[in-house]
Design a protein around this ligand. Structure first.
Ligand code: BGC
Length: 466
């Protein structure tokens, strides 16, 4: 097959039509409602967060936040000033590969030691072992993996995602495990709340906007993807089987874990590249939506397309003979999602930016036609991600009757994809406009990047834990 026919086929493979998206909205709504009814292993988790208050900007005090995401562990102290503003101090570590896949004991000790280093550096007054319990700092723990919570300060890990694989941590209480490791080092810290990053994002955005706008959804588009939203307790039937829901509570933030939307792939696009990629992940057959959308996967999808073109002799014909066996283009997980961002940002007539990126993955020479093809492939992979996200956001807005209830529908977002992929938000918005359910209402949606969402959100949760 020649390059232009292969390219046309790939464009078709990644196409997400308007009609498909209209159906996706309804399919998502159905899965989400089922998830609110009961827990089951393969359905959309829709996890209760036990957060029953939405901040209004007046919260005050000094709190600690620990934040474990896809690649980094961050510890912050957040001073909430009570006027929608805050001050934040932070330190960040890249979690070593062996810690991401080793034993639970080593993992929790590693996190506790980072917290110790942070206190020594930024709050020496709080690193004293002599402090009595009343002077302990309250910590909110943002844990960006699916957990089944039973209270604000208790939740067991359902499964790892995003490259973590610490088997003996699955099924254990993550809040208690961190607290035990922190106590073992004698740190004056009480871990009072555990919170998903999307819940943190929703709370942080609500704190920042204050009572001026109601934030309905907190959404992460980074290494992984997910969203949380605020739901009426009366619409969460499965909560009846959980203890510890405050009697006075009317709403609860629900962590959808939409990365696990359509795990059975009844509906999601399923190219040969998606199927092969799934088999290479630590959690095959789970988080199937995430594997088509988020930062951890887009680079690898691109690599698989390029590798397949290369092996069939469709692209990089002149570079092929000198290609090293260990070149990144031939090595799973070696193309970073930033490749797609650079490609989208390259507006030069001869696409020199793309050539620089190609050189890094082992292709030192390419024709303009080949670089144009690379640009198009990057575009269709990213566009599919943005359009799927739009469909699922619309599903959430439909389920919550957002356009009927609110004049302005505010969404907080965070993560490298939304922040760094050029025009990603515009691609999402365009898809929203094309949906029957949204159409002109797209103008009523505000999207705000909530940069320190996980840190501030965890601090707010610690504040609410009382
Ligand atoms: C996790 C979610 C998290 C999301 C974004 C997913 O892999 O399962 O809990 O919110 O990544 O970080």
């Amino acid at each position: 097959m020649n390059l232009s026919s292969a390219l046309e086929r790939t464009k078709r493979d990644f196409l997400v039509t308007n009609q498909y998206l209209d159906n996706l909205v309804n399919f998502f709504e159905k899965e989400a409602r089922e998830g609110l009814q009961k827990d089951s292993e393969r359905s959309l988790p829709m996890l209760p967060s036990f957060v029953t208050q939405i901040p209004n900007g007046s919260e005050k005090g000094l709190f600690l936040a620990a934040d474990l995401g896809g690649s980094n562990f961050r510890v912050c102290s957040v001073h909430l000033n009570g006027d929608r503003s805050h001050e934040l101090k932070q330190m960040k570590w890249r979690v070593p590969n062996e810690t991401m896949k080793g034993s639970a004991a080593k993992f929790w000790t590693y996190l506790a030691k980072c917290i110790q280093d942070f206190l020594t550096e930024h709050h020496p007054e709080q690193s004293s072992f002599e402090l009595d319990g009343n002077s302990y700092l309250k910590m909110g723990f943002t844990f960006s993996f699916p957990i089944r919570q039973t209270a604000l300060n208790s939740g067991t890990l359902i499964r790892w995602t995003k490259g973590y694989a610490i088997e003996d941590a699955v099924g254990t209480d993550v809040c208690e495990s961190l607290q035990t490791a922190v106590r073992a080092l004698n740190l004056p810290v009480d871990v009072v709340a555990i919170v998903n990053d999307t819940v943190g994002c929703l709370l942080a955005r609500s704190y920042e906007t204050g009572s001026s706008a109601q934030t309905l959804v907190g959404c992460i588009l980074g290494t992984g993807t997910n969203a949380a939203y605020s739901e009426k307790i009366s619409r969460i039937p499965k909560l009846a089987t959980y203890d510890s829901v405050p009697k006075s509570a009317k709403v609860m933030v629900v962590n959808t874990e939409w990365g696990s939307f359509d795990n059975n792939v009844k509906f999601l696009p399923n190219t040969e590249y998606d199927q092969a990629l799934d088999l290479m992940t630590p959690n095959p057959r789970f988080h199937m939506f995430e594997k088509r959308v988020s930062g951890m996967f887009l680079g690898e999808i691109l690599r698989r397309v390029l590798e397949s073109f290369l092996k069939k002799g469709t692209i990089f014909t002149s570079a092929k003979t000198s290609l090293r066996k260990d070149a990144d283009i031939l090595t799973p997980w070696s193309i970073d999602t930033s490749f797609l961002s650079y490609s989208a940002a390259d507006g030069s007539s001869d696409l020199t930016g793309i050539q620089q990126e190609l050189t890094k993955i082992g292709i030192s020479d390419s024709s303009l036609e080949e670089r144009q093809a690379v640009k198009e492939i990057c575009h269709v992979v990213a566009l599919r991600s943005a359009r799927l996200v739009a469909g699922i956001i619309a599903g959430l807005l439909k389920m919550t009757k957002a356009f009927e209830k609110f004049e302005v529908v505010d969404i907080g977002m965070d993560g490298a994809i939304i922040e760094f992929y050029p025009h990603y938000e515009e691609m999402v918005r365009e898809a929203l406009r094309s949906l029957r359910f949204v159409g002109a209402n797209e103008k009523r949606i505000t999207i705000g990047i909530s940069r320190d969402g996980s840190g501030i959100g965890a601090a707010l949760c610690a504040a609410m834990a009382g």
